[in-house]
Design a protein around this ligand. Structure first.
Ligand SMILES: Cc1cc2nc3c(=O)[nH]c(=O)nc-3n(C[C@H](O)[C@H](O)[C@H](O)COP(=O)(O)OP(=O)(O)OC[C@H]3O[C@@H](n4cnc5c(N)ncnc54)[C@H](O)[C@@H]3O)c2cc1C
Ligand SMILES: NC(=O)C1=CN([C@@H]2O[C@H](COP(=O)(O)OP(=O)(O)OC[C@H]3O[C@@H](n4cnc5c(N)ncnc54)[C@H](O)[C@@H]3O)[C@@H](O)[C@H]2O)C=CC1
Ligand SMILES: [Co+2]
Ligand SMILES: [K+]
Ligand SMILES: [Mg+2]
Length: 523
């Protein structure tokens, strides 16, 4: 069969698979009891305070965090307001928000300097004054060692008269947080420092949790212009807007899809109805399989793929068996994934993550990775390695220099390591005689090399990559490179060049390379 035809066929299969998986419930889903009539909706308004945000010096990340968190708690955020450090402006917005929304969350302006005026503004909004709260006075004494009531630190202890103090729980340790979150009526006054704000909101999420509402979402990715699907979207919106909100978000730099459609509801039943209606109306061949957070469902997805009676299924299954064999022979602390950010080892990482999730459920065990840092790596590639390490919660060992010397150093630094999972393929240089599990060659530091992808041909990994859509980050920066070396020896691959629908020069994702022989033409 012709390669691209077979890829398309398998993509269609994957599509069907992924759509069952895309249904990302934000929280558990209760089909019957979770539909709340509008008047019972629990709402929130967010007030972001700080000159630095209006000047563009600081990017507001706090409202994004708050919105996500509140939504997961069943709270509907209806407004975000960004204000300067001005007492009157803040006071009037607080008074207005407080009467319109169930909860008001403010961020910033509670530090010791002249521009921190939030407590004063909240007091003014409710016709109160600030006073030195004894409990906070003693906390300030304890933390800063200052008891002079005029010292800057003591400003933190001056809060509105009707303030309440809420001590959250540190979710990582289970102990109470040392500094309280202050609220006045329905206004919760958070610090601006993202770390402090996030910790306080996480630790006090019970203050906001609305058990009656669970929001559910679905995403659909489309490879077509927005305009060409506008009439379909109108129909869906017309039929379902009462219960389901439909969004359409074009992305001009993504090489993989052009529009992300979102469906959101507080009723899973309505969400599914709208979803099926939409899928029926959309032309079949324009939707793209895409999962936003593939890591959390790696095991489920990969093992499902392994069970399909396709060439891809058989190869994934064989790869998993090799990984499982290694996991049987070695402790997790003795194994690492050789990871240089390339597509092969990223596909391998995903398979390994699936096998580890399966063998060690609960997500407490960290998968280890080895990154041998060559001379002049691509900065974007290093960024990708960091992002991936975070995404997969990896413990990464970085060693420098040429591979053989780096492995010698590794022996000294991490004596417990015994095996390295590698993304090597049969067609790689010097790899024709490799077996799935084989020791390094004589003269090399002794490690068990585990090669789960030997069996895979190029297109197998391409398909795996298609089930790893976040990798398109990689393809956005490296669409041109199908084979990665350092900046000095890797060039654009002309076989992938094209001019896109708005006239920009683009490079197709590497997985679309038609001819496997072209793979190394860029080196
Ligand atoms: C752990 C290990 C053991 C090796 N043992 C031998 C040996 O016994 N005999 C021998 O001749 N050669 C050995 N090599 C070298 C290997 O055969 C390749 O020459 C080298 O990996 C580059 O291969 P490639 O050009 O095909 O690149 P790739 O296709 O990028 O490399 C194949 C796989 O090697 C791993 N890898 C490659 N580069 C890195 C890196 N910078 N950091 C972390 N992992 C990386 C990845 O898992 C990757 O998928 C070893 C390499 C490694 C990483
Ligand atoms: N230990 C604790 O829990 C608490 C400590 N404090 C103290 O208060 C001071 C900080 O008070 P803040 O109200 O945080 O002061 P602030 O308003 O001056 O903000 C502090 C920092 O957070 C950034 N920031 C503000 N809003 C942001 C947003 N929306 N998104 C991303 N970043 C944002 C700012 O740019 C600034 O760098 C510190 O001195 C701290 O020690 C205050 C309250 C609690
Ligand atoms: Co053919
Ligand atoms: K400040
Ligand atoms: Mg400030």
């Amino acid at each position: 069969m012709h390669r691209s035809a077979s890829i398309l066929k398998s993509v269609a299969r994957l599509k069907r698979l992924s759509f069952q998986l895309i249904a990302m419930a934000e929280g558990s889903t209760n089909t019957n009891s979770n539909h709340v009539p509008k008047e019972e909706t629990v709402t929130a308004g967010i007030i972001i305070i700080g000159d630095e945000i209006l000047k563009g010096h600081t990017q507001d990340t706090n409202s994004t965090f708050m919105c996500k968190k509140l939504r997961s708690l069943g709270v509907k955020v209806q407004r975000i307001s960004v204000l300067p450090d001005d007492v009157d402006v803040i006071a009037s917005e607080i008074a207005s928000f407080s009467s319109r929304f169930t909860h008001v969350l403010t961020s910033g302006g509670i530090g010791p300097t002249h521009d921190d005026v939030t407590f004063e503004a909240v007091a003014r909004a409710f016709g109160e004054s600030v006073f030195p709260h004894p409990e906070l006075v003693s906390l300030v004494k304890k933390f800063f060692g200052k008891s002079n009531m005029q010292c800057p630190e003591m400003k933190l202890a001056h809060i509105p008269e009707s303030s309440q103090l809420n001590y959250g729980v540190d979710k990582r340790t289970g102990s109470l947080l040392k500094y309280p979150l202050i609220n006045v009526r329905n206004v919760y006054i958070f610090p601006g420092i993202p770390l402090l704000m996030e910790r306080a909101l996480e630790g006090l999420d019970h203050l906001f949790r609305n058990e009656r509402t669970q929001f559910v979402s679905k995403e659909i990715f489309v490879n077509a212009d927005e305009a060409s699907i506008a009439s379909v979207l109108n129909q869906v919106n017309g039929a379902f807007k009462k219960h389901v909100s439909l969004g359409s978000y074009p992305d001009w730099v993504n090489n993989y899809y052009r529009v992300k459609l979102t469906l959101d509801s507080d009723s899973e039943q309505h969400l599914l109805q709208a979803y099926h209606f939409l899928m029926e109306k959309l032309p079949r061949d324009i939707t793209v399989p895409f999962v936003s957070n593939p890591v959390s469902i790696a095991a489920q997805e990969v093992y499902k793929l392994a069970q399909t009676r396709t060439e891809l299924g058989h190869k994934v299954s064989a790869g998993l068996q090799t990984i499982e064999e290694a996991l049987g022979k070695f402790k997790l602390s003795e194994i690492c994934v050789g990871f240089n950010g390339g597509k092969d080892c990223t596909a391998l990482l995903h398979l390994s993550c699936a096998a580890v999730q399966r063998k060690y459920p609960g997500g407490m065990e960290k998968l280890q990775a080895l990154y041998i840092r060559i001379v002049s790596p691509f900065p974007e590639m290093e960024q990708f390695i960091q992002d991936t390490a975070k995404r997969y919660n990896l413990k990464i060992f970085t060693v420098h220099g040429n591979i053989r010397q780096a492995l010698v150093d590794l022996k000294g630094q991490q004596p417990e390591l015994k095996a390295v999972l590698m993304g090597t393929r049969r067609t790689d240089p010097y790899s024709r005689t490799l077996t799935p599990l084989c020791m390094t060659d004589p003269g090399w530091p002794q490690y068990m090399r585990v090669n789960p992808l030997l069996v895979g041909s190029y297109f197998v990994k391409c398909l795996l990559l298609q089930s790893l859509p976040f990798l398109f980050y990689l393809f956005i920066y490296f669409p041109l490179y199908t084979s990665l070396g350092s900046m000095d020896n890797t060039l654009k691959n002309p076989a992938l060049r094209y001019v896109n629908h708005i006239g920009l020069e683009c490079y197709k994702p590497a997985y679309l390379l038609e001819n496997e022989d072209d793979e190394r033409t860029s080196r």
